[in-house]
Structure formats: C-alpha cells, structure tokens
Design a protein around this ligand. Structure first.
Ligand code: ADP
Ligand code: ADP
Ligand code: ZN
Length: 218
C-alpha cells in the first residue's frame, strides 16, 4: 500500500504517519526528516538546502525526486510506504507518478488533512520532539506526562526545529497554498483523495485515517 499524507505545516502529518507506520508496518518516508538529517550531517545536500529550509522555501524538485527515488528502492519499502511531506509541487507529483508506473506500482490513497491557518501556526510554534526516539509533543496539545521526560523512551532531551518560528511559518504556509495545495487537483482527478478533519483531537484524526486506510484492499 502506498499512502500520501497531504496538508499544511502543523496539520499532523508527522504525528499521524508515525501512528500509521506502527499500525500497518509500513515505513514513514518524511522528506523533512531526511533533509534535517542531511543538514545535521553537513552533507552536500544539507549544505545546498539549509538556507532554503531556514527561510521556509521549497527545496528544488530535482533534488527531492532523486531523494525519494533512492529511498523507495530500499528493501523496507517493498510492501509499500507512507509519504509524509512529499510530493509538495505538481512537478514532484508527476515525477512520482512516473517512478511508480516504471515499477508497476500505484498510489492507494491521498489523505488530505484539513486545518485552519491560525491553528496551524499555533501548532507549529508549540511543537517539540524527543531527541532520542523522535516522538512529537506540543506545549499545549500534547505535553509529556512527567515534566521534561519522554513518555515513550524516558529521555530528557528535546528538540525544537529551527524553522518553527512565526516568521518562517508564514512563508511555509504561503508555499503550501501556492505550490502544494494545487496538488489536490492532480489527485482528485485520479479519484484517490480522502479528506479528514485535522482540527479534531489527535485520536479522532487517527480514527478517521484508519477507517479510510482499512477500506483500501491492496
Ligand atoms: P506536520 O508533520 O503536519 O507538520 P505534526 O504532526 O508535527 O505536523 O504536528 C504539529 C504539532 O501539532 C505537534 O506539536 C503535534 O503534537 C500537534 N498536533 C498534531 N495533531 C494534532 C491535533 N489533532 N490536535 C492538536 N495538536 C496536534
Ligand atoms: P512540516 O512538517 O512543517 O510540513 P517538513 O518537515 O515536511 O515540514 O519540511 C520542512 C522543510 O523541508 C520544508 O519547509 C521545505 O523547506 C523542506 N521540504 C521538505 N519536503 C520537501 C519537498 N517535498 N519539496 C521541497 N521542499 C521540501
Ligand atoms: Zn523519546
């Protein structure tokens, strides 16, 4: 099964795709995580993309397509995968269609997570993650059970993303509306879009997504 989670920054793509990964045993391919790892490792790609990400812009399509093309060749993707943060432009979506056709694969579902712009800013600014296990939290909407201790692994180290600041978030939101939202049309034509209400509480969003995904028979 091949799934795409589509939605603006803060919609809950990362949160929900991690839950899907656990439930379905499919790898979550987050291009944002891959790029942040490249920046942290100071690789060629990291050096090329650091400033673009810090400004809230989109990394060039050719680079992103190459990154995903290499990733889906790996063994853990053979039964399918969950795309979180890719594609983000019509050119990326078309390239993905080509990659899948060439491998005899097809997209199962595009899950569109809908949220209001104001809420999304609040979500992104309050976001932090466990450095050790990567699980996501929020200052207001999902705090740790014990102050400063990860619920899942017990670590006491947490990270905040350099680009989760109000000024950058506005640029990212604009990039979403201008470059990514038109993708919906691309997938609506293929008849594979399922909208879910991303304003609902996390477990309710998970429930809606599970219902849609469980209804797919491939
Ligand atoms: P994305 O990957 O789409 O940018 P995240 O999954 O990282 O979004 O979620 C952004 C922030 O909002 C995180 O801090 C997360 O804990 C929180 N969050 C996610 N889903 C919900 C929800 N349904 N209600 C409230 N907060 C949420
Ligand atoms: P969010 O979870 O807030 O939606 P991501 O973690 O997916 O953000 O992405 C962080 C940044 O990485 C983006 O603002 C962009 O600069 C870059 N990026 C990630 N995926 C892509 C992509 N498919 N195309 C272009 N840029 C990307
Ligand atoms: Zn942890």
């Amino acid at each position: 099964m091949i799934l795409i989670l589509l939605g603006p920054p803060g919609a809950g793509k990362g949160t929900q795709s991690r839950r899907l990964q656990e439930r379905r045993g499919l790898p979550q391919l987050s291009t944002g995580d891959m790029l942040r790892a490249a920046v942290a490792a100071d690789s060629d790609i990291g050096r090329e993309t650091k400033a673009i990400m810090a400004a809230g812009g989109l990394v060039p399509d050719r680079l992103m397509v190459r990154m995903i093309a290499e990733r889906i060749e790996q063994e853990d993707c053979k039964d399918g995968f969950i795309l979180d943060g890719f594609p983000r432009t019509t050119a990326q979506a078309e390239a993905l269609d080509g990659l899948l056709v060439a491998r005899g694969l097809k997209l199962s579902l595009v899950i569109e997570i809908r949220v209001d712009d104001l809420v999304m800013i609040e979500r992104v600014i309050g976001r932090f993650t466990c450095t050790k296990c990567g699980i996501g939290y929020h200052d207001t909407f999902k705090t740790t059970r014990i102050d400063n201790v990860c619920d899942s692994c017990g670590s006491t180290k947490f990270d905040r993303r350099a680009d989760d600041r109000e000024d950058t978030v506005r640029a990212r939101l604009e990039a979403y509306h201008i470059q990514t939202a038109p993708l919906l049309d691309h997938y609506l034509k293929q008849g594979i879009v399922v909208p879910v209400d991303g304003m609902a509480v996390m477990d309710e969003v998970t429930f809606q997504i599970n219902q849609a995904v469980d209804g797919v028979n491939d």
